[in-house]
Design a protein around this ligand. Structure first.
Ligand code: GUN
Length: 278
């Protein structure tokens, strides 16, 4: 029987710690505010944005909400970001992704001041992470490091395999595990002998976006399995990249979907917002 790593509980611990820090900042006369921009009405994005705003409320920081029409010209979005960059009362700026296809996502991310880039997506933030300098760290991988540490799971010296190489999760995840002295492999769709590679892992992070792809043949007995996926299965039920029922009996610890990595992303976004205010 594997230990179930409870992301909901650990994220609540982090949010309660942040609540205290926000209170202390308030006593020094400092307010924290996150600006959240959503373009269009993608239903999944609307849920994420709503949860981010609820998180702000919970820890006692302000949120400004911008809901822009799907067909807004990119220049108008860039102008709004420019204004928010200048505003001293705004500490963090978040543009919910994905953006409509007429927009250049990279250009939008680059427009956000690295000092307010609480998502950690700006090339300057990513570069700083790679060379161990201060900067915002992408929230999902940062949340996974917290899940592991707060569950007492040792990273140093362990074989860590990250399945998936996205800019938001896979790549920063690899760098963060390396920073914690893990021995890191990033595997992907072109990796040969994939099951052999993932079966070396003491810590396996699945971030491929394929429902229930990771079955027990991919997992070493006793491994720690972290599931980043949020997918729908054949019955339209929420599921991860890991086939939980199949893998749980062979691993030592595993994150569920929902209630594993998901809540940690928001907790770390809030952490970055509070950090941006000092
Ligand atoms: N879309 C899916 N995940 C994220 C995230 O962490 N941040 C932003 N801005 N958009 C997302």
């Amino acid at each position: 029987m594997a230990r179930i790593i409870d992301g909901k509980k650990i994220s609540l611990q982090i949010k309660d710690e942040l609540k205290e820090r926000v209170q202390a900042l308030k006593e020094k006369g400092r307010e924290v505010t996150l600006a959240v921009i959503q373009v269009g009405e993608d239903p999944a994005s609307s849920v994420y944005v709503r949860n981010k705003k609820k998180g702000c409320e919970y820890i006692g920081i302000g949120s400004l909400s911008y809901e822009l029409p799907e067909d807004i010209p990119m220049q108008e979005l860039l102008a709004l970001i420019g204004e928010l960059n200048e505003r001293e009362d705004v500490n963090g700026i978040l543009v919910q992704l994905p953006l409509p296809s007429h927009m250049d996502e990279d250009a939008v991310i680059r427009a956000i001041s690295p000092q307010k880039d609480v998502d950690g997506f700006h090339p300057q933030s990513v570069g700083a992470l790679c060379i161990g300098q201060p900067g915002f760290v992408s929230c999902t991988p940062a949340g996974i490091i917290q899940l592991l540490k707060r569950s007492g799971i040792e990273i140093a010296g362990k074989e860590c395999v990250v399945l998936g190489r996205s800019n938001i999760v896979g790549k920063p995840m690899g760098i963060l595990l390396l920073r914690e002295n893990g021995t890191v492999t990033i595997a992907h769709s072109k990796t040969e002998n994939l099951k052999e590679v993932t079966s070396r892992a003491d810590i396996l992070i699945a971030a491929v976006g394929k429902p229930k792809m990771v079955t027990r043949e991919y997992v070493k007995e006793g491994a720690v399995v972290i599931d980043v996926g949020i997918n729908r299965d054949g019955d339209n039920k929420l599921c991860g990249d890991v086939d939980f029922e199949d893998v749980e009996p062979v691993c030592s610890a595993i994150t569920p979907v929902p209630g594993g990595v998901g809540p940690m992303t928001i907790a770390m976004l809030l952490y970055n917002c509070v950090a941006s205010a000092g």
